[in-house]
Ligand binder design. Structure first.
Ligand SMILES: O=P(O)(O)OP(=O)(O)OP(=O)(O)OC[C@H]1O[C@@H](n2cnc3c(O)ncnc32)[C@H](O)[C@@H]1O
Ligand SMILES: [Mg+2]
Length: 201
């Protein structure tokens, strides 16, 4: 029987991507919602802190190893905002659409050359609730914020995040292409390498 790993996220779009990315780790992946694990407050000031808060919380409630992802968008013209507040940029229970509206309004009148931005992702894997040596991996995806929404894929800010090499928005990429390029894809592949090293030593 395969070992179980809890996925400590309640974001359906993120979970779809993570399921594909971490399937190669060889665990049976269980979303925390399926175990009735309540959402934890993300009180950290950094992506690393929040990823660890979410992973330890899920491990404590489940007695299983857990993986969490804390991520967000940093916009140069906004001094790095919304950053760790990306999910709640337009309010505590803001929708993706409301967050995008607020972002486009904040960047109104700013020319294309000054709309640089990046997605960041920190993934944390804890073996149990007392794990003193969690695996932490980071990814960063540079791009810029478009003037209008484009594409129907992905989630969050994807419709306004323009990927330089393609000129397409992240919401216009196939799921496989997004995972190949994205902050989350980069973090997952580093985490997988670290885990393989640990298991083979
Ligand atoms: O904490 P969990 O339950 O995993 O779900 P969440 O949506 O609250 O996730 P975060 O706290 O990590 O906040 C990340 C936010 O950053 C944005 N974001 C992160 N990765 C993204 C991506 O690949 N594409 C678009 N937006 C992304 C999006 O608005 C997310 O809600
Ligand atoms: Mg969150």
């Amino acid at each position: 029987m395969r070992r179980k790993l809890v996925l400590a996220s309640n974001n359906a779009g993120k979970m779809r991507e993570l399921q594909a990315l971490i399937s190669m780790l060889g665990f049976e992946i269980v979303p925390q919602g399926a175990l009735g694990i309540p959402e934890v407050e993300e009180t950290g000031a950094s992506f690393v802190e929040n990823a660890l808060i979410k992973a330890y919380h899920a491990a404590r409630h489940s007695g299983l190893p857990a993986i969490a992802d804390d991520s967000g968008l940093e916009v140069n013209a906004l001094g790095g905002a919304p950053g760790v507040y990306s999910a709640r940029y337009a309010g505590p229970s803001a929708s993706d659409d409301e967050n995008i509206d607020k972002l486009l309004a904040a960047l109104d009148g700013i020319e294309p050359g000054r709309r640089g931005a990046r997605f960041r992702c920190v993934m944390a894997l804890v073996r149990d609730a007392d794990d003193a040596d969690p695996i932490i991996a980071e990814g960063c995806w540079e791009g810029r914020i478009g003037q209008t929404r484009r594409g129907g894929g992905g989630f969050g800010y994807d419709p306004v995040f323009i990927v330089p090499e393609t000129g397409l928005s992240a919401a216009e990429l196939s799921p496989a292409d997004k995972n190949r390029l994205s902050h989350r894809g980069q973090a997952a592949s580093i985490l997988a390498d670290r885990l393989r090293d640990l298991l083979s030593n």
